[in-house]
Design a protein around this ligand. Structure first.
Ligand code: PMP
Length: 361
């Protein structure tokens, strides 16, 4: 049988495994920060209608520039943003890949601050970009001074910041973004995949866009909108950044069906985003209940919670799975991440924790 190793694959990909959280068929899946709530019936109907209207024209390529969708996204974000500030792709993963293709690549460097979103270094690998793992403080915090020091040392072409950060859940102090923008020689990407779940008063980097043409804010409909299967991510930036990613995007990368479904979803955003408050309540409940059980828990502005198990996280991960609850081992020794979903899912998670959870400290 032929294996990858028999093929003339790139040396830097040899021996690697594809990215992916386990997709196991268990009753309670709290491992990929999806929105647990299914799409509400009226929105299903609206999306079905929008898709049906496209079907006869599938012999034609879609709008390559996805102008109507970008206009709808600008309207959703507000902050004085316009169609030419927005760009959309198949998930914010593809957006970030396009950013690396345009602004990094062979001979260039990207810097992130670990632990952060594990796809950032993998997207760097795929685009031939040198990746530098920056440091965070022991409490996962990122101070302006420490961040800027690392930017000055590595002089990266692209800096990834993540707010709220995955897997820790912590929102970034805007002073860090400000300081990095002043110190970085290249592009500064703020990944705000979980922005809609932030606690009141949490700032977004969108307000820093005017006057900062090297700043890019990436967002997604995968989380708060409950549209992960629809694959729609986007960025907001100076129009010049949108021109730059168009140099590397595949022509017609966003299908007519994706564009139509996303527009219908955006038109029904109040119904879709109606789940955000319930999820935030469950997030806060998980934090409080774990703390009540004397776990160390990171503050969270996202739809997930990172907690210290007090021992080998692999053992606890397996014990929870045996009780039908799938959480995420993000590879951080001693810690696990759990997604906040429905009240029933929180009940199941806490029951599983009580039966199997804490290793004695
Ligand atoms: N950024 C962060 C921080 C994420 O956690 C995720 C999803 N896990 C993404 C981006 C990518 O999401 P998508 O490609 O579905 O938009």
């Amino acid at each position: 049988m032929t294996t990858i190793d028999d093929l003339p694959i790139r040396d830097d990909l040899r021996g690697r495994r594809p990215y992916g959280a386990p997709q196991l068929d268990v009753p309670v899946r709290l491992n990929t920060n999806e929105n647990s709530y299914p799409v509400p019936e009226p929105v299903v109907e609206a999306i079905s209608k929008a898709l049906a209207a496209e079907l006869r024209d599938l012999n034609r390529y879609p709008d390559r520039d996805a102008v109507a969708l970008r206009t709808d996204l600008a309207d959703y974000l507000g902050h004085g943003l316009d169609t030419d500030n927005l760009w959309a792709a198949n998930g914010s993963n593809e957006i970030q890949q396009q950013l690396l293709q345009a602004f990094a690549g062979p001979g260039r460097t990207a810097l992130g601050f670990t632990p952060a979103y594990s796809m950032h270094p993998l997207l760097a690998l795929g685009t031939g970009t040198r990746w530098v793992d920056g440091r965070r403080a022991a409490d996962f915090g990122l101070s302006p001074a420490d961040t800027v020091d690392q930017v000055r040392v590595h002089r990266p072409d692209v800096v990834f910041l993540c707010s709220p950060n995955n897997p820790t859940g912590t929102a970034l102090n805007p002073a860090v973004v400000d300081a990095v923008l002043a110190a970085a020689p290249g592009m500064v990407v703020v990944d705000e995949a979980y922005a809609e779940f932030a606690r009141p008063g949490t700032p977004t980097a969108l307000s820093l866009l005017p006057g900062h043409p090297r700043l890019v804010v990436t967002r997604t409909m995968s989380k708060a909108f409950g549209f992960a299967g629809g694959r729609l991510g986007y960025l907001a930036a100076d129009p010049a950044v949108v021109d730059a990613v168009q140099l590397v995007r595949l022509p017609y990368h966003l299908s007519a069906l994706t564009q139509a479904a996303a527009r219908a979803a955006l038109a029904h955003r109040s119904a879709l985003l109606g789940t955000v408050e319930v999820i935030k309540e469950q997030r806060d409940r998980i934090v409080a209940e774990l703390r009540r059980r004397r776990f160390t828990v990171a503050d969270s502005d996202a739809n997930f919670v990172l907690f210290e198990v007090g021992g080998d996280q692999c053992v606890v991960w397996r014990a929870l799975l045996e009780h039908g609850v799938l959480v995420r081992d993000v590879g951080l020794p001693g810690w696990l991440r759990v997604t906040a979903g429905t009240p029933q899912e929180t009940d199941a998670f806490l029951a599983a924790i009580d039966q199997s959870g804490k290793v004695e400290q």
